[in-house]
Design a protein around this ligand. Structure first.
Ligand code: CU
Length: 260
């Protein structure tokens, strides 16, 4: 480069791509990650559905304490929900991109086994540490769809269409929420799903496709990417209600969408 050449503008740094492996019932990921823009891929090698709830924890707390703390509105200040990749089907994956702040973190899987016991009670938790500082220019990828979570609804900025989308997720609160995207089996409807939820018999009429657990109300947003093909899908939130502890789907936080 000649002495007079102007320096080329520095492109924004890409995300640190981190794979979280899920098995029945454990997480694998590096012990230490750098602060900043991070694209998590949850890869499920297990036989059950898993997700990776990500919690920043100050002090020493057992996973059961963390789970109880997250259900409080507002939660105690030693716990902060950070968006993480939601339900990945066996032999499938899900993703979430987030700006990671330094601190101590815990991954937790709240999904229950067929025996009703949540996976974290079977040991599915994993601690990791985030070190360094967030670069000043760290920014989430550009999204083509905004999704706002609220008590008890999903608000999409624009209808979802076939193809690959980057969806930005925010929580208007007041409670903690998540978004799961689940594909309805051919010919199945929201009513079939609700009947199965009330009395699970046989295989579920939906297949998990990913989504994001969190963010907490007012916390920084996250993005995820998903490729949709024509069919019927549900948006779901299973966070236990702060009032009656029933999952938010039972409070109407489930929405059917059709992809043409
Ligand atoms: Cu799990």
């Amino acid at each position: 480069m000649g002495a007079c050449a102007k320096p080329a503008p520095t492109p924004p740094p890409g995300p640190n791509v981190v794979t979280i492996t899920a098995t029945d019932y454990a997480f694998g990921l590096p012990d230490t990650l750098p602060a900043g823009l991070t694209e998590f891929h949850l890869v499920n090698h297990g036989a059950e559905v898993h997700h990776a709830a990500m919690v920043r924890v100050t002090g020493d707390h057992r996973p059961e304490e963390v789970a109880q703390a997250l259900e409080q509105v507002p939660p105690p200040d030693w716990v902060a929900m950070v968006p993480g990749p939601n339900q990945a089907a066996p032999h499938d994956s899900s993703n979430t991109t987030v700006i990671l702040e330094p601190g101590n973190y815990l991954l937790i899987c709240f999904i229950p086994s067929p025996d009703g016991m949540p996976h974290f009670m079977k040991g599915m938790t994993r601690a990791f540490t985030v070190t360094g500082t967030v670069p000043a220019d760290a920014a989430l990828p550009e999204a083509d769809v905004m999704l706002t979570l609220a008590d008890y609804e999903f608000r999409l900025s624009t209808p979802l269409t076939a193809g690959t989308h980057t969806i930005r997720v925010e929580n208007a609160g007041p409670q903690l929420h998540e978004v799961g995207i689940e594909r309805l089996a051919d010919g199945k409807t929201l009513a079939d799903y609700q009947a199965w939820m009330a009395q699970p018999q046989g295989p579920p009429p939906v297949r998990p496709m990913g989504g994001v657990i969190g963010p907490a109300p007012g916390a920084p947003a996250a993005t995820f990417t998903i490729t949709l093909t024509p069919g019927h899908y549900l948006l779901t939130c299973y966070v236990p209600d702060a009032g009656d502890r029933r999952p938010h789907v039972a409070h109407g936080m489930v929405q059917e969408i059709e992809i043409m």
